[in-house]
Design a protein around this ligand. Structure first.
Ligand SMILES: *[C@@H]1O[C@H](CO)[C@@H](O)[C@H](O)[C@H]1NC(C)=O
Ligand SMILES: *[C@@H]1O[C@H](CO)[C@@H](O)[C@H](O)[C@H]1NC(C)=O
Ligand SMILES: *[C@@H]1O[C@H](CO)[C@@H](O)[C@H](O)[C@H]1NC(C)=O
Length: 265
């Protein structure tokens, strides 16, 4: 998969570290354009040259939740909140550089297990009509098979380095049980307890290249982070997401660490 990236000609960016859904073709598959600023906690992770490469969710004024495989190095990244059409200035955007990246300690890039990362921003985002915080599920809460969720993203300009404006897109997909997703008919043992799957039996609707790190929202809560798949919209292979509810405690511990220290002593 890594070799595909050579065509991007990103001299400054070592994008070879960005795997999985960043590398796939196309954008949100089978979906439609989202209403302007309707998903206000959605952020775009961009290179310092303004190229969108992953999505994310603002979970605190200082913190973004995304996928671990979106880690291209803090010095190469810019976080954009309040965006609707990436690569087009609309006056609603807020920009922040990362202060530090916190990749999950169990992240394994060969199995995609624990593909989750927090980004601490250097300056807080201002909450307003265009920027809000994403509500997260409680630790350990599950989603039932068939529950219809929504995934959104800006996808990727597959021409690599192109500048055409991209509007936020969104598509609904039902949850697929881990048993079916992990079966020999599908991902054949590669699904861990830290992953959830979503997609139609007939395929056709899915997240794709450049949607990585973005939110899968079920009942108003961000239950999934776009992680990996096998093609996009393939009937045999649903999209695979990091299960946010398995990491809720880890998220809170990182965000409120200093607070915990203060209250404990
Ligand atoms: C990643 O998972 C593979 C397969 O289970 C294992 O062999 C490898 O040691 C793991 N790598 C890390 C860094 O944990
Ligand atoms: C499961 O993972 C193994 C080892 O990484 C890989 O060879 C195999 O192709 C994967 N199968 C599916 C269906 O993803
Ligand atoms: C998927 O199958 C593998 C191999 O049988 C197993 O180790 C793993 O625990 C299964 N995942 C889930 C979520 O049950």
């Amino acid at each position: 998969m890594r070799s595909l990236l050579v065509c991007l000609c990103c001299v400054l960016l070592d994008l070879t570290t960005v795997q999985s859904r960043v590398l796939m073709q196309g954008r949100i598959v089978g979906g439609h354009t989202a209403a302007p600023n309707s998903i206000r906690y959605m952020v775009s992770l961009q290179s310092t040259r303004g190229q969108h490469f992953c999505g994310g969710s603002l979970v605190h004024r200082y913190w973004v939740l995304t996928a671990a495989h979106c880690n291209i190095g803090a010095e190469h990244m810019m976080i954009v909140a309040g965006d609707y059409i990436v690569n087009s200035f609309e006056g609603t955007e807020q920009y922040a550089k990362p202060h530090r990246l916190v990749t999950h300690p169990l992240y394994n890039e060969s199995t995609n297990n624990a593909d989750i990362m927090l980004i601490k921003l250097r300056a807080p985002m201002v909450l307003n009509r265009y920027v809000s915080l994403a509500p997260l599920p409680k630790q350990g809460t599950g989603v039932v098979e068939g529950l219809v969720c929504r995934v959104s993203g800006w996808g990727y300009n597959s021409a690599g380095g192109g500048r055409a404006p991209f509007t936020l897109r969104t598509v609904t997909v039902p949850i697929v049980s881990s048993a079916r997703c992990n079966s020999s008919e599908s991902f054949n043992g590669n699904i861990t307890a830290n992953m959830i799957c979503a997609g139609y039996r007939t395929g056709g609707k899915d997240a794709c290249k450049g949607d990585s790190g973005g939110p899968l929202v079920c009942g108003g809560l961000v239950y999934g982070v776009v992680s990996w798949g096998n093609g996009c919209g393939n009937a045999k292979f649903p999209g695979v997401y990091s299960a946010v509810s398995k990491f809720r405690r880890w998220i809170d511990q990182n965000i409120y660490r200093s607070h915990y220290r203060c209250t404990r002593y």
